[in-house]
Design a protein around this ligand. Structure first.
Ligand code: MG
Length: 253
């Protein structure tokens, strides 16, 4: 009882109370679970850049070793996270775009919460060592976690409008519209980033304004950046790795 006020006083004096990951978790309200969703699939439009056509990862490179080939596994027209090799990123940089991606949590997935089939789509990054702005890719089927960290959330920022997740073993889709942030020449923010996402054909992020780059602890902030690669996450949890297929992007001016 005597100790607590001293700790609080110390926090005020130092001006910095220690922050924990749980401080930015939101658990309620839970997005409604909906069914009868249909993963979209499509032939890439003629003006799209195909980022994966089932054959190779030539459009991608290692994040840990830029310029080196992406070390994930390509087989049977899909590619699969190779745990421990790190994130991969597009060789090309993008600004505003429309992107289609299909992903699958394996049917034999184990684990729970954030440790169950976790990957992620980093919509852009600042190029200063951070991963960027994460649209969560994860098992969202009867897998309890904080809602601003579940599948189709803007991680640690905005929960999806509904939970449109399919069961492990079924293919799922994101159709993403990304409006990159714009910065003034002095590095201050001129206009924030926005993202619109259809998950299995259903609106889950509707022109959502981002508060900054994704952070695990603390408040998100913006750092000035220009055109940026898009990344996929090797999360590092011990559960079975996710697979991807049919990825294409259309740049918007
Ligand atoms: Mg993730």
């Amino acid at each position: 009882m005597k100790f607590l006020p001293a700790v609080l006083a110390l926090g005020i004096v130092s001006g910095a109370v220690a922050q924990k990951p749980a401080d930015t978790e939101v658990w309620e309200p839970k997005p409604a679970v909906i069914t009868n969703t249909t993963a979209t699939t499509s032939v890439p439009p003629s003006d799209a850049i195909v980022l994966f056509d089932g054959k190779n990862l030539d459009q991608w490179e290692s994040v840990n070793e830029p310029g080196k080939a992406a070390g994930w596994t390509v087989a049977k027209n899909v590619f699969t996270v190779k745990k421990g090799t790190g994130n991969i990123q597009t060789k090309k940089a993008f600004t505003d775009y429309q992107l289609h991606i299909e992903w699958q949590v394996p049917a034999n997935i184990h684990g729970e919460g954030q440790g169950r089939g976790n990957s992620g789509l980093f919509l852009a990054s600042t190029g200063k060592g951070d991963d960027g702005y994460e649209l969560q890719i994860m098992d969202g089927w009867e897998n309890a976690t904080y809602v601003n960290g579940q599948a189709a959330s803007v991680y640690k920022q905005t929960a999806p409008l509904v939970n449109a997740s399919k069961k492990p073993g079924e293919w799922q889709s994101y159709d993403v519209t990304w409006t990159a942030p714009v910065f003034n020449t002095d590095g201050t923010l001129k206009s924030p980033a926005y993202v619109t996402v259809l998950h299995n054909g259903v609106m889950v992020q509707n022109h959502t304004e981002l508060k900054g780059k994704t952070v695990y602890i603390g408040k998100p902030e913006y750092n000035q950046h220009g055109a940026s690669p898009i990344k996929l996450q090797d999360h590092g949890d011990p559960s079975e790795p996710l697979s991807f297929r049919n990825i294409w992007i259309r740049e918007m001016k």
